[in-house]
Design a protein around this ligand. Structure first.
Ligand code: HPA
Ligand code: ZN
Length: 331
């Protein structure tokens, strides 16, 4: 099902929402043990609902599903299931988003979320040799003050969170809304990333760069509407964490053959391949690689470049980046 090279490539994932890895089977299991009822009769009925018109229609289901997560063990089980997928797909390093506000707004303690995720990260290192970082995302449909409150809550866990990010409903919630929060986060030592240019315009990418001072742009595929921005991204070697199956499922592209990832790669941008919300979008890392390989006829060298880009764009140490890219070259 996956080409031998895709299966063999060591991969880094830089754009995955842990709440978006929640498979319906596990969701029903956790709902049952927490005695929470889901508005679907069965796993099949829930999967049937995964038919999205846009980002918001997905987010509505994604937030509803996350409501069954209550205990530390729930967050552990969620993350552990994702690490098993990483292991199967030869993902050797992953930088995982989580949405604290989705949980703290329901009365789940920040510590409950963090401890469950962190324990899974530690076990994944011990069992599978997979390294990982956690990235805390602010929900952009909520207020600046809510984001500041979340940043304050995170202070006790600063050493376990490498970066802050920005996700949720993009259009109408431009990066500038969070400029002061990101400045405070950077001041406290967090690295910064942000979703921009998924559904939102190229101006949102400029804002993420100039006002949020991000180290990577998440999605960013609408950069090709602005030639100056394209040149800037190439010149600065600014990574884009592209999510092909997500773009297809959320109708950012109508057909995978129209996806611009190959064009962006050839324009010299540091594009990477990621799964975003793999339980909802129909595939994990290897499925994403395979989908663009098939639709865009990617060569072995292009696949290797994409895989190497992800290590280069990661928050790993330089020596580790080099070592992984050399392994990739030797394949
Ligand atoms: N975009 C914005 N917010 C999100 C996404 C996404 O693709 N996935 C989970 N939250
Ligand atoms: Zn995302």
């Amino acid at each position: 099902m996956h080409s031998p090279l895709i299966a063999a490539l060591p991969k880094a994932e830089l754009h995955v929402h842990i709440e978006g890895t929640f498979e319906p089977e596990l969701m029903f299991e956790i709902a049952q043990r927490n005695q929470i009822s889901l508005p679907y009769d069965s796993v099949e009925a829930l999967r049937q609902a995964y038919n999205f018109q846009n980002l918001q229609s997905f987010l509505d289901l994604y937030y509803a599903g996350a409501q069954v997560l209550i205990h530390e063990q729930d967050f552990y089980d969620l993350a552990w299931a994702y690490f098993e997928k990483c292991h199967a797909d030869h993902v050797v390093h992953t930088e995982i988003f989580f949405d604290p506000q989705t949980h703290t707004d329901r009365g789940v303690a920040f510590a409950t979320v963090l401890h469950g995720l962190k324990r899974a990260c530690q076990d994944a290192k011990a069992h599978f040799g997979i390294s990982s970082h956690l990235i805390m995302c602010f929900l952009r449909h909520l207020s600046e003050q809510d984001a500041f409150n979340t940043l304050a809550q995170a202070a006790a866990f600063k050493d376990d969170i490498i970066a802050v990010g920005l996700d949720s409903s993009e259009v109408g919630h431009p990066p500038e809304k969070f400029a002061r929060v990101f400045a405070a986060a950077a001041e406290q030592g967090y690295l910064c990333v942000a979703h921009a240019g998924e559904e939102g315009p190229a101006t949102y990418i400029w804002q993420a760069l100039e006002l949020l001072k991000v180290h990577r742009i998440d999605h960013g595929v609408r950069c090709d509407e602005d030639a100056e921005l394209m040149r800037y991204l190439a010149e600065k070697n600014m990574p884009l964490t592209v999510c092909p199956l997500s773009n297809l499922k959320l109708c950012v592209v109508d057909d995978m053959r129209d996806h611009n990832i190959k064009k962006l790669l050839h324009e010299g941008l540091c594009v990477t391949v990621n799964s975003d919300d793999p339980s909802y979008f129909g595939g994990y890392m290897n499925d994403n690689y395979q989908a663009i390989h098939d639709a865009l006829a990617l060569s072995d060298d292009e696949l290797k470049q994409l895989a190497c880009n992800a290590f280069q764009a990661s928050f790993l140490a330089e020596t580790e980046k080099q070592a992984w890219c050399e392994q990739i070259k030797a394949l």
